[in-house]
Design a protein around this ligand. Structure first.
Ligand SMILES: CC(C)(COP(=O)(O)OP(=O)(O)OC[C@H]1O[C@@H](n2cnc3c(N)ncnc32)[C@H](O)[C@@H]1OP(=O)(O)O)[C@@H](O)C(=O)NCCC(=O)NCCS
Length: 430
């Protein structure tokens, strides 16, 4: 059997519970969440912190006070201070970038033990001042007299004082992610019913996985500081009681008149963090540790944001499969990030289409068919939530654990991201 060497092992992955933004973790930052998960990951794996040589973290909406969250995690979790730590941003694929960057360091022999993951707090986004107000602040700071300072501000209008939150929108197209997903639903004829049924599947499976205790191996308990009274043991966005009927009654959000995307079939705004411990296979063997998986290949790609923004995985997948020397039908565990049900169903449609293969991918044959029922066996981002910077590490962990539970040999991760970016990663069990 073909095998690349040296192999990069995923020793274990862990995440905080994912919480609807503004709820359990409303007063915590992405850094707080990142530190918690890394500290607990070290604890659970039993690895000596001194063995860790690098920390790579994804974060999409960075704090102005601590933009290199990875370095702050190093300093805040008792890891060796000589670890530089670096932060990566690739929108919703940021944790995938963190993991593949860490894996590449191991592959080159530059490190043998790396922690990689991501964190996001959508409860703690930087609130900006308007351009006019920012300019007035800078200009006032240059004035010597109090009168001069006051005169600078007197030119402002009331509306200039209104704070601005960062938009989840493409700067090239100006469309929000939701509007871009609406465009995909319309162009690919993804029905509202198909989206709602897919969302229901996500919730039903996530609820079943939670009830069975399946997530205990990958979800830590958070005792929320500073009061340490609230103990959060599970995700709080999963709706075990949701029904197709309830989902079908929700009003569309991004195109109120003709749209099909609702709060029920979109991933919600979420706070959380996730991380994996990576090691070279040799080091894991020497330490007597059994990894939960290995990274066999990966590929990032991008498509034109003016076309179908969230089809990036379709462009990344063929390369990842080629690099893994595998066909899609050899993969037994598939986890696709669910930004929107319409996006997942659109990705699957394009992967199975000969016309798309020929027109857009320069391939004569389609990538292959994926049965939507076979993906995301323990639920996906619609039900579990989607802390942008962390999701990639959640999914890599879940695929590895699913490989262990099902005995399947190969697993696939796909994540779409803003900018038309997509990533596909192939993992293997042994
Ligand atoms: C879609 C979105 C705007 C909804 O936000 P929201 O209005 O705060 O969502 P809520 O959780 O309050 O849900 C709205 C309503 O739908 C209901 N609802 C949501 N999911 C439901 C479900 N699965 N079953 C039944 N009802 C549901 C809620 O109970 C709520 O009802 P209420 O108004 O009677 O209280 C927000 O989640 C969003 O922006 N998501 C997309 C994020 C994004 O773009 N990510 C990038 C991906 S790449």
């Amino acid at each position: 059997m073909w095998q690349y060497t040296p192999r990069v092992a995923v020793i274990r992955g862990l995440r905080t519970p994912f919480a609807k933004s503004g709820t359990h973790f409303a007063h915590l930052s992405a850094l707080d969440l990142g530190k918690m998960v890394v500290a607990e990951l070290i604890e659970r794996t039993g690895v000596n912190a001194a063995e860790v040589q690098e920390v790579v973290f994804g974060n999409v909406i960075p704090s102005v006070k601590a933009p290199n969250i990875a370095r702050e995690i190093v300093l805040g979790t008792g890891l060796p201070k000589k670890i530089p730590g670096y932060t990566v941003g690739k929108a919703c694929a940021s944790a995938n970038q963190a993991i593949t960057s860490g894996a590449d360091m191991i592959f080159r022999g530059y490190a043998d033990t790396v922690i990689a993951g991501g964190a996001e707090s959508l409860s703690d986004v930087p609130i900006l001042f308007s351009k006019n107000f920012s300019e007035a602040l800078v200009s006032a700071s240059k004035q010597k007299s109090a009168g001069g300072k006051l005169r600078t501000f007197s030119k402002l209008k009331i509306k200039d004082l209104a704070p601005e939150a960062p938009a989840i929108a493409e700067s090239t197209t100006g469309l929000t992610m939701g509007e871009s997903a609406e465009k995909m639903a319309k162009e690919n004829h993804i029905s509202r019913e198909a989206q709602d049924r897919f969302a229901l599947q996500s919730h039903t499976r996530a609820a079943a996985a939670t009830a069975s205790g399946r997530f205990q191996e990958e979800v830590m308990t958070v005792v929320v500081p500073p009061k340490f009274e609230n103990v959060v043991e599970a995700d709080n966005l999963i709706r075990a009681d949701t029904t197709y009927d309830a989902l079908s009654k929700l009003k569309p959000v991004f195109d109120r008149k003709y749209g099909t995307i609702t709060a029920g079939n979109a991933s919600p705004l979420t706070d959380g963090a996730a991380a994996v411990l990576l090691m070279s296979e040799d080091k894991a063997k020497a330490m007597g540790i059994k990894p939960i998986g290995f990274i066999r290949s990966y590929a990032f790609a991008a498509t034109d944001p003016f076309d179908q923004l969230l089809q990036g995985p379709v462009f990344a997948l063929p390369t990842a499969l080629e690099r893994a020397k595998l066909r899609l039908d050899e993969i037994g565990v598939i986890e696709m990030h669910e930004a929107f049900a319409a996006q997942v169903l659109s990705n699957i449609q394009w992967m199975g289409s000969r016309k798309i293969a020929q027109d857009k991918l320069g391939r004569s044959e389609p990538i292959g068919d994926i049965n939507p029922e076979l993906i995301n066996r323990t639920g996906g981002s619609i039900a579990l939530g989607h802390p942008f910077g962390a999701t990639g590490a959640r999914i890599v962990t879940t695929v590895c654990n699913e490989l262990q539970h099902t005995g399947q040999q190969y697993g696939l991760v796909t994540v779409c991201a803003a900018g038309g970016i997509g990533v596909a990663m192939v993992l293997e069990r042994e």
